[in-house]
Write a protein of this length. Structure first.
Length: 253
């Protein structure tokens, strides 16, 4: 707001726990510059004018808040969060758009008991398959992850080809393990990122039936990968109750 004792300054207030506290000040000329650039607008009557961000200003702020300059447009129009996914080289921290992947949508949703529709083992199995599909080049590379798969990148065309061949072999092993029906479903879900409603329409399934089938398919995929939702054997005796991923060459024990 404009400083009531000095109309050449603007006071910045911030609310914390419902209490407004001072957060600094800047010159009125800088405020007018923001207005001229359509980044802020004056609201309220004369003498009680309040400066607030315009919609263009909020978009500018979202673009500037991204870590990757080439992802500025995505930062503006999509919500971006941090997450950990399993890759062929182990866990990796990535930035992702949680609204794009149906796997993320399923993990965020709760059933009637309050439990996630997808447990961690099923989610990580789907993410591992998704990573392999990306590495194999089976679908266009327009996905929620843009900064982690694969990390480092190939140093030569032959290395890229070897990585692609290995990924396709792992996909073939995975689809052979889950069966052709589940394989087609997982390709739509993890590869083409089709939502559950679209999957039901294309297959002429009853409403809300895709959730059940997807959970079964991902559970079988997690079993193939050796990903368990609870520890077993010696790990269970130590009181460990977290999921664990076992990296298996080629996807076979």
């Amino acid at each position: 707001m404009v400083d009531p004792t000095d109309d050449g300054s603007v006071i910045v207030h911030r609310k914390r726990a419902g209490i407004s506290v001072g957060a600094g000040r800047f010159g009125r000329m800088d405020a007018e510059a923001l207005v001229r650039q359509d980044l802020a607008v004056w609201r309220g009557a004369a003498g009680r004018e309040m400066l607030s961000l315009s919609e263009a200003g909020r978009s500018h702020l979202r673009r500037a808040s991204g870590h990757a300059p080439d992802a500025a447009f995505l930062n503006q129009h999509r919500g971006v969060v941090n997450a950990t996914i399993e890759t062929e080289t182990g866990p990796a921290r990535v930035r992702m758009d949680p609204e794009e992947s149906p796997l993320d949508w399923l993990r965020r949703r709760k059933d009637r008991t309050g439990a996630p529709l997808l447990d961690e083992a099923a989610y990580q199995a789907g993410e591992r398959l998704r990573t392999d599909i990306m590495l194999a080049g089976l679908v266009p590379g327009v996905t929620a992850r843009w900064d982690a798969v694969p990390t480092g990148g190939p140093t030569s065309p032959s290395e890229a080809t070897d990585r692609m061949i290995a990924a396709r072999q792992r996909i073939r092993h995975a689809f052979a393990a889950v069966g052709s029906d589940f394989g087609d479903l997982l390709m739509d879900l993890c590869g083409f990122l089709k939502g559950l409603e679209l999957i039901e329409r294309e297959r002429d399934w009853p409403q809300r039936s895709a959730k059940v089938v997807v959970r079964l398919a991902l559970a079988r995929l997690a079993e193939h990968y050796g990903i368990e939702s609870t520890a077993r054997g010696p790990a269970a005796a130590r009181g460990i109750r977290a999921w664990q991923a076992v990296v298996i060459e080629g996807g076979r024990v």
